[in-house]
Design a protein around this ligand. Sequence first.
Ligand code: T4K
Length: 410
Amino acid sequence: MRRVTRSVEQLALFGGTPAFSSVLHVGRPNVGDRTRLLDRIGDILDSRWLSNNGPYVREFEQRVADLAGVRHCVSTCNATMGIQLLVQALGLTGEVILPSLTFVASAHALAWQGLTPVFCDVDPVTHNLDPARVQELITPRTSAIMGVHLWGRPCDVDALDAVARRHGLVLIFDAAHAFACSHRGRMIGGFGRAEVFSFHATKFVNSFEGGAVVTDDDGLAERIRLTTNFGLSGPDEVALLGTNAKLSEAAAAMGLTSLDSLDEFVAVNRDNWHAYRAALRGVPGMHLAAFDPGERNNYQYVVVEVDEDRAGVSRDQLQAVLLAENVMARRYFHPGCHRLEPYRSRDPHAGDRLPQTRRLAGRLLVLPSGTAIGRTEIRVIGEIIRLVVGSVPTVRRRLGSVMRGAVAGG
Ligand code: T4K
């Protein structure tokens, strides 16, 4: 499965054999109990009820709502649609303030509804919206603030709530990363007017594709539920402009099977996170994003901030070394939404007000985790990083010639 890499010359980037014969991914899906899943799928096929608010969808929604500690969960085909339906049901207009340091879906979901995403800088430590910066971006056109609980670590909910109240704005959360996480002992899902979870394949609990809007607001939940199903309020009755954003029974079966193993997935993720911490201990310039041990965390994202001044190599150089070893480390969320289209063209100078976002987008590296990998793989990844950082002059020289070779070759 792996080859021990003892010297820089043996690194795959410089011609050696990759440390891993098969690729290690960020977000390799957790599968859970296959027999249980196939039993559920069999049941769905026998019942011939495949979609449209079937029993598995209802059970999934109930279990998600219970876990999040809210009255309502409306499942959706993915979180992107969940955010779209939420902002539509809230009747938001104009501008919505959100971080740029997030997956582009957060911004796209708003733009798709005709809203203008206004990108705000983040706190350098939490990587979440900086409430003071939010305050500065409020204009007469602002209708809402959308926090993103990045990596599953909660936003500064209280401060954002205070800003929103002061200015009469709606507060919502993209909680795509934060299912089964808590903030001050309260489960994420119950903050703001509503929150949106993702159950995409790469999330620790997945329904193949899927999402959910969770809220304690009865009217809002009802509107979103109607919208997911064409606005149909009866067999021949349509109450509002709807679409099709339903979760299928097969997806709910996967979601339920995933929920059955939630504790096990979290335990594996927690173990992996601790294994990374041990593997990277004392390596200069490698700062592992931490989770509050007093809260519930899903530990799904293992995020390292690479400080080039201390490590001697940049985040991108380290990523190049790891990719060659078949470690598919990701630069989430480089370069920040503000530098992606269509946002870059609309506001080319947005980066001027996003210094922390720019800094983090150049330094963060997300490492493989989940049930597909374990301590052995993590120890090897740690050894590779340690070797690279411990042999900086040679690595930099070799990296230079690799890059010159790549240019010469085409
Ligand atoms: N808000 C935030 C903050 C989000 O992070 C996301 C999604 C959303 C909203 C929207 O949620 P959804 O609408 O998707 O429910 C992935 C996911 O597609 C996306 O769901 C996720 N965030 C984002 C962080 O990551 P990519 O383009 O990086 O995915 P991809 O295809 O490169 O896959 C990631 C890794 O996982 C790869 O190394 C391959 C591996 N993989 C992936 C899939 C799908 C597998 O091994 N098996 C698989 O089935 O976006």
